[in-house]
Design a protein around this ligand. Structure first.
Ligand code: NAD
Length: 494
């Protein structure tokens, strides 16, 4: 008789700086995920019936509780994911600001409003409102375990949905903390937690949720979309990126170097909208490289430094392969290099003269590394920036032409003379194009993402010409054609 192999029922999250166990969490099964979604259905009815004002009160109470306990949350993020505590405070602080914005603007953005009914339908009063979908599943990554899933959670809740949240298996403790604080404050499981690995995420995709908001790698995003297709469940995909900084000849080079270094190395480079490539006008290239090199030499990755560990151990091999490939193909490391990749930490690495078709320029590295390339002009910088299958964010440093350059970059977001600033502006939509995904979180678009539009046309008075009846007269048909001619048929004979 063969004994059935017992499947593990729990998993551990580890401190990436030390390998110590931070917490143990259940691997939830398909049945458990379905049960959570079934509970969420009842909660969604209660929550949507509350209306905007009461939901706002609850969400603001949650926001206040998180803010008051920020040091505790930041410490947990630090232990479970590795980023320095002040960076965790910054992340959570921006997330709280998004809760406030979503709660404060939901009614204005989504509530019923009159829209013009047009000349042909002047007898109708036309209104539109955006109604909650019901239950939204949210699958999160580990790199910004508070800020990133909150972009979906807060906006879905503010729109009147219940949410079932599966945090990354690397940061389940942070997810559990956020959900527990919500349930303590609201007193009902409108926001629920399911924990586990990819399989639990897959179960959430197939659980019958009304929408699935995924944030993670492009490769997993494709699997999520395929699983959701089985039940025609709509998806938001917030996936990877290969963002650039473009530095024009008239740029403030010191500010650009400072921003590029922070954008590339903060969070140990594990940022979807992190800086991975820099294109610098030939007139300021040497000055830029020497400025950023001098600054980067003072930066060290360590357990208590400004650059933390690499959270996912398997990422170390990928980062190493990108650096090795760049160097093997003629690139040079002006900071860091081949031995910058250690067992837990990667030291900041700046590569120059790297061919554009190499891994370090084309694929998401997700480490504290960047490539810097010299360009003839901004045309070349834009063309090279756009020569990737990703299109998430981007940064432009230019005194005169920042807006014009940014407008031509094929990305969901751009920052001009700042870095990743768009993520902190709650009224701006966040999301990408191409293999960076689709759909939007944040801002009015982020609220509407978790709703369906409900249109109503109410007859105010009988139409002068009734054309939607079998009793339609020839006279009415003629009058309709005449009105149409007046409205749309005038002008040069064609
Ligand atoms: P990942 O794709 O490995 O995992 C993301 C989540 O998906 C995790 O919760 C995981 O358990 C779950 N998952 C894994 N397999 C699944 C499956 N088959 N079905 C359903 N769920 C499954 O990504 P990660 O390593 O956690 O995060 C890093 C990636 O996220 C990077 O590529 C980064 O660019 C991207 N990211 C994007 C944004 C954005 O807003 N565009 C924000 C943060 C991170």
């Amino acid at each position: 008789m063969t004994e059935a192999i017992a499947r593990p029922q729990t998993f551990e999250s580890l401190n990436p700086a030390t390998g110590d166990v931070v917490g143990t969490h259940p691997i939830q099964t398909e049945d458990e995920v379905r049960a959570a979604v079934a509970r969420a259905r009842d909660e969604a009815l209660w929550w949507s019936a509350l209306g905007y004002a009461q939901r706002k009160e609850h969400l603001n109470a949650w926001k206040t509780a998180i803010t008051q306990r920020l040091p505790e949350l930041a410490e947990l993020v630090h232990r479970e994911m590795g980023k320095p505590v002040p960076d965790a405070v910054l992340e959570a602080g921006l997330a709280v600001d998004h809760i406030a914005w979503a709660a404060g603007h939901a009614k204005k953005v989504l509530g019923r409003r009159r829209v013009p009914s047009g000349m042909l339908m002047v007898n109708q009063a036309a209104t539109v409102e955006y109604k909650p979908l019901g239950v939204v599943g949210v699958i999160g990554p580990w790199n910004y375990p508070v800020f990133t899933p909150m972009g979906s959670i807060a906006y879905a809740l503010a729109a009147g949905n219940a949410v079932v949240f599966k945090p990354s298996e690397f940061t389940p403790g942070v997810g559990a903390w956020l959900v527990q604080v919500f349930q303590d404050v609201v007193g009902r499981p409108v926001l629920q937690l399911v924990t586990g690995l990819g399989e639990t995420g897959n179960a959430l995709c197939r659980s019958g949720v009304d929408k699935l908001a995924f944030t993670g790698s492009t490769a997993t995003g494709k699997k999520v979309m395929a699983a959701c297709a089985e039940t025609l469940t709509p998806v938001v995909i917030e996936a990877g990126g290969k963002d650039s900084v473009i530095v024009d000849a008239d740029a403030d080079v010191t500010a650009a170097a400072d921003a590029a270094l922070w954008g590339a190395c903060s969070n140990a480079g594990q940022t979807c909208i992190g800086v991975e490539r820099v294109y610098v006008h030939e007139k300021v290239y040497d000055e830029f490289v020497s400025t950023i090199t001098a600054k980067a030499r003072g930066l060290e990755a360590s357990a208590d430094g400004k650059v933390g560990p690499i959270t996912m151990p398997k990422q170390l091999d990928l980062i190493r392969s990108h650096v090795d490939d760049a160097l093997a193909r003629g690139g040079r490391a002006v900071v860091g290099g081949a031995d910058a990749v250690g067992d837990r930490f990667v030291q900041p690495t700046i590569l120059v003269d790297v061919p554009e078709d190499s891994l370090a320029v084309q694929e998401e590295t997700f480490g504290p590394t960047m490539t810097i390339a010299k360009v003839r002009d901004m045309e070349e910088a834009i063309a090279l920036t756009n020569a990737t299958r990703y299109g998430l964010g981007n940064t432009v440093f230019s005194k005169r032409n920042g807006m014009a350059i940014a407008a031509r970059v094929r990305s969901g977001m751009s920052a001009v003379n700042g870095v990743i600033s768009f993520a902190g502006v709650p009224s701006l939509p966040f999301g990408g194009v191409g293999e960076s995904g689709f759909g939007r979180i944040h801002g009015p678009d982020g609220l509407r993402e978790f709703t369906y539009p409900k249109a109503i046309a109410r007859q105010r008075f009988k139409p002068m010409v009734n054309v939607t009846t079998f009793d339609r007269t020839e006279k009415a048909e003629k009058q309709f054609t005449q009105v149409l001619g007046l409205l749309h048929g005038r002008g040069k004979k064609r």
